[in-house]
Design a protein around this ligand. Structure first.
Ligand code: GTP
Ligand code: MG
Length: 197
């Protein structure tokens, strides 16, 4: 009997960062995206090609629509899923909303709290083989000086190795570069038969 190993690429990030938008772009799909945080509430595994799937996660962290109890449940589900040794993760895609990241980080720093993005990047990295891709999204909404703040803040944290991208899933700036890099990494890990993906 031949057992096909299922490989997964997790897409993580805070509510409303653009996870589903990224999945739609990479997978050429049109899954629902939303103006308000909390559009995706279930962990969804979406087959892309052969035995390869993307995983669309609900946003990790505060979202106005959700109660504290639901938020906790979502958080536990995400942790369990990523921690599960039966899930073979290739590499992670962590998406950050560049138009809010510095503001969120500053308000948390005042309270001495480590930003959820930083915790999430470390956690996903522990459970994936290749360095995580950190993707700053919504660059169409920010000035260059604000974008620099994003980069300075990220660099101020000690993180496992990562690759950095800056994109707008709205204007598509930087998106083809990201797609090519994702594709090349899949081919590197799973073989040339994935070049038609
Ligand atoms: N201006 C701008 N808006 C964007 C960009 N990418 C996504 N959006 C918008 O941001 C909102 C959230 O996008 P989603 O893809 O639903 O975000 P998500 O991370 O899946 O959100 P949840 O499922 O709620 O956690 C939508 O209104 C998108 O149209 C971008 O690059 N620029
Ligand atoms: Mg979503």
């Amino acid at each position: 009997m031949i057992i096909m190993i299922r490989y997964l690429i997790p897409i993580t990030g805070r509510p409303n960062a653009g996870k589903t938008s990224l999945l739609n772009f990479l997978g050429r799909m049109s899954r629902p995206v939303g103006k308000h945080a909390g559009t995706t509430l279930q962990i969804e595994t979406i087959p892309i090609y052969r035995n390869l799937s993307f995983v669309d996660f609900p946003g990790f962290g505060r979202a106005a629509k959700k109660s504290k109890r639901i938020e906790e449940k979502i958080k536990n589900n995400i942790i369990q899923f990523i921690d599960n040794p039966e899930n073979n993760f290739l590499f992670g895609l962590h998406i950050i909303d560049a138009s809010t990241f510095p503001i969120v980080v500053h308000s948390l720093e005042k309270k001495g709290i480590i930003p959820i993005d930083i915790e999430m990047i470390s956690f996903v990295s522990e459970n994936t083989k290749h360095p995580i891709f950190i993707i700053f999204n919504k660059i169409d909404k920010v000035k260059i000086s604000f974008m620099k703040q994003n980069l300075v803040i990220l660099k101020s944290y000690e993180l496992p190795e990562y690759e950095l991208f800056q994109v707008s899933l709205k204007s598509k700036e930087g998106c083809n570069n990201l797609r090519n890099r994702v594709k090349n990494q899949i081919i590197k890990e799973l073989g040339v038969s994935y070049q038609h993906w």
